[in-house]
Design a protein around this ligand. Structure first.
Ligand SMILES: [Zn+2]
Length: 217
């Protein structure tokens, strides 16, 4: 089986982690129905999308047996995702800052952060960007330390630390203070995660953000 190993600097800039992409089939369409449903909702709200410079943001994932399925890197700007835009993460190591996956696209640069949620026993995650809600929710909902950059093993450990604290799991949402605009919702299902975004994030969105993120490409 063909595979590729690399240490990648992603389009979002400062993040590096090592991954191995094994060439294989993308996840089957049935596994993606709910994932795409929520992803479309988020795209429509402008909390997954692309900045005016073309850099995409936001990603979604769901548990698949002992693995998890996550959207590929730089897919935020795409209006709709097809199976080939997703990869299955089959292994990861926080210690080695390493992710192994199968599919046709490089994994999201935030795969490590999602992995922390699965490590803690959650089953779905939706990562969005939204300035106003990020500012307003910081410190009010569980918040990662501001000196912890996203996509790193440190962020994974920080998420695990938060998830151990009482109450965090019930809120289904974490603000990433060290990742501007970054918010991640999670739960035992995609509906749990999606509902947390609708309840906590959407009421705080302003029109400006929605217009800004619409149809940048
Ligand atoms: Zn992000």
């Amino acid at each position: 089986m063909a595979s590729r190993e690399k240490s990648n600097e992603f389009t979002e800039g400062y993040i590096k982690f090592n991954f191995k992409l094994n060439d294989g089939n993308p996840p089957s369409p049935e596994k993606l129905v709910k994932l795409n449903e929520w992803r479309q909702k988020m795209y429509g709200l402008g909390v997954i999308g692309a900045y005016p410079n073309g850099v995409g943001f936001g990603n979604v994932s769901v548990k698949d047996g002992k693995y998890f399925i996550i959207s590929g890197t730089a897919t935020g700007r795409l209006k709709e995702l097809k199976p080939e835009h997703y990869v299955t993460v089959t292994d990861y190591s926080f210690e080695r800052n390493f992710v192994e996956c199968t599919g046709k696209i490089d994994p999201s640069s935030e795969s490590m952060t999602h992995a922390a949620l699965y490590e803690a026993g959650e089953a779905a995650a939706i990562h969005v960007h939204a300035m106003k809600p990020w500012e307003k929710l910081m410190g009010k909902v569980p918040t990662t330390r501001s000196d912890v950059p996203y996509g790193t093993p440190e962020m994974a450990y920080e998420m695990l630390r938060l998830l151990r604290e009482t109450g965090v799991r019930k809120q289904h949402i974490i603000v990433m203070a060290g990742h501007e605009e970054g918010i991640i919702a999670f739960g035992r299902s995609l509906d749990d995660a999606g509902q947390a975004i609708l309840k906590e994030v959407v009421p705080l969105l302003n029109d400006k953000k929605i217009i800004k993120s619409k149809k940048v490409d």
